[in-house]
Ligand binder design. Structure first.
Ligand code: FAD
Ligand code: NAD
Length: 468
């Protein structure tokens, strides 16, 4: 078997790269070590977590808000096995969709663990132990990432778990400790809190979502507290013990003499980040060395230190996001075809699918301060929106940051209902280097949540929001 290009890994980076290579006329192969295609995102990441977020949000709304809407529901209860079954069906439909796309684009799929023999030869070991060899001109590595769990935290996958196991819990837990107030901690923490679990989040920093806008993190934390979630900020976990049916977590306040305390919970969900995955890939056979964070170093063309071998997605530098991996998949394929593609990394949005949702693109105020760039800020709260009052989704705000002198939009940060979808407007505006005034003069349908974007842009322009 001889290919123009072989892609290792079938997540959103790998399968998109393979499709673009095929579109550009390359004879393409993709290798995936698991039975299903789609990688972390489709199997144990974006898609299943959003399925459970939607199901749990329906339950929570029915329980907490339907009565006020004038809808009486009696004997409401959670059917967790059905919730998991539906989630599995959603995953199944999505991974089958990738099978279809591979066939449609005549991409040859090889299941098995791939490792380099040399830069043009890849060995594929199948689960039953048989192996085959693939000859290829070019390679795109898209092997993704795995959760980080400290070695002495007794990760038994039963009581001490990561997001992968949390997606398959079949009975609503009474109590759960979530270590890490980042994206996974808050998304998965929300799922269980909505279903009735007492959730406690232990976060090392002084705020949740430390990489995102400070106001948005604060607003989300306020909403999650109303749901009953407890937060231990500036705390760290020092010990995790597994019992027969629970986990005991020792928590210590950072930089403090305070005595540590313990929390005994049905589950300890570890969500403290992910690390690039290159295990058994044979990088030494081709002379690729990892950086200090275990990532594959790449140049501005996403080429590794070895000519003809490229790397994309979670396994290289940058945000660990499916849509970032996808952009890089297209980019690498187009570079291979001799084109000159471009990715504007500053315009890749970040979204947290809690309720309210959090979304941001561009620079935060903190980053602009650090870089010494003069800016102005316009904010508009959801509670002043007619649409938000109608739907009872009054928690939230939109913040538009523009350059103090030129008014160019430098960042947009939002928390509130449907901001995951609304952020696309901000991305488009920034791609076209719009000013806050441009955004403020665009007509936004009434009544919609998007009016908060217009009003925040008006506020950024010259403090001239209309409805506040
Ligand atoms: P992956 O999706 O990790 O795919 C890598 C693939 O390579 C895997 O299938 C793996 O089996 C395979 N592989 C590895 N080594 C080999 C080998 N040697 N041989 C053969 N195959 C190999 N991102 C978002 O943008 N939005 C979200 O809502 C979102 N939600 C998430 C929720 C959770 C719970 C998690 C864990 C992640 C979430 N992410 C989300 C992150 C997103 O899943 C990743 O950024 C994305 O999957 C990275 O894509 P990738 O192609 O680089 O790698
Ligand atoms: P994260 O980096 O988002 O959050 C980890 C959090 O854990 C941080 O707030 C960090 O300060 C904290 N932390 C680290 N060590 C700690 C410790 N010892 N004790 C207490 N707190 C500690 O990582 P994650 O939530 O695990 O997610 C991993 C990756 O997956 C992220 O990079 C994210 O981009 C991606 N992801 C994205 C989405 C999405 O786009 N909606 C959803 C899930 C995951």
């Amino acid at each position: 078997m001889k290919y123009d290009v072989t892609v290792i890994g079938s997540g959103p980076g790998g399968y998109v790269a393979a499709i673009r290579c095929a579109q550009l006329g390359m004879k393409t192969a993709i290798i995936e070590r698991y039975d299903t295609l789609g990688g972390t995102c489709l199997n144990v990441g974006c898609i299943p977590s959003k399925a459970l977020l939607d199901s749990s949000e329906h339950f929570h709304a029915a329980q907490e808000r339907f009565a006020e809407h004038g809808i009486d529901l009696r004997d409401l209860k959670v059917n967790m096995p059905q919730m998991i079954k539906r989630k599995n069906e959603v995953v199944d439909q999505n991974v089958k969709g990738i099978d279809f796309l591979m066939k449609k684009n005549k991409i040859e799929v090889h299941h098995g663990h791939a490792s380099f023999v040399d830069k043009h030869t890849i060995k594929v070991v199948q689960s039953e132990g048989s192996e085959k060899t693939i000859e290829t001109d070019k390679v795109i590595i898209a092997t993704g990432s795995k959760p980080i769990v400290p070695e002495d935290w007794n990760y038994d996958k039963k009581r001490v778990i990561t997001s992968t196991e949390a997606l398959n819990i079949e009975a609503v837990p009474k109590r759960m400790v979530v270590v890490g107030g980042g994206v996974i901690g808050l998304e998965m923490g929300s799922v269980f809190a909505r279903l009735g679990t007492q959730v406690e989040v232990v976060e090392y920093m002084d705020r949740v979502l430390p990489g995102m806008d400070k106001d948005c993190g604060r607003e989300l934390m306020r909403s999650m507290k109303k749901m009953g979630v407890q937060f231990h900020l500036k705390h760290m976990v020092t010990k995790v013990k597994v019992n027969k049916k629970s986990a005991t977590v020792t928590v210590q306040k950072r930089d403090s003499e305070e005595e540590p305390f313990t929390i005994n919970a049905d589950y300890c969900l570890v969500a403290i980040g992910r690390r690039p995955y290159t295990h058994g890939l044979g990088l030494d056979k081709v002379g690729i060395e990892l950086d200090d964070k275990g990532r594959i170093p790449v140049d501005e063309h996403l080429q590794t230190s070895v000519e003809g071998i490229y790397a994309i997605g979670d396994v290289i530098r940058g945000a660990m996001l499916a849509h970032k991996a996808e952009e890089e998949g297209v980019f690498a394929a187009e570079v291979l075809a001799g084109q000159k593609p471009h990715i504007e990394y500053n315009h890749i949005p970040n979204v947290v699918y809690t309720w309210p949702e959090v979304a941001g693109v561009g620079k935060t105020e903190e980053q602009l301060k650090e870089e010494g760039i003069p800016y102005k800020v316009g904010k508009f709260p959801y509670k002043a929106l007619g649409r938000a009052r109608a739907s009872m989704d009054v928690d939230g705000l939109v913040k538009v940051i523009s350059h103090k002198a030129t008014d160019e939009i430098l960042g947009v940060h939002m928390v509130g209902a449907r901001t995951a979808d609304m952020i696309a407007e901000a991305v488009a505006l920034m791609e076209f280097r719009a000013s806050a005034e441009d955004a403020a003069r665009m007509s936004h349908a009434h009544p919609t949540y998007t009016e908060a974007m217009k009003e925040a842009a008006l506020a950024a322009t010259a403090d001239r929001a209309i409805h506040i």
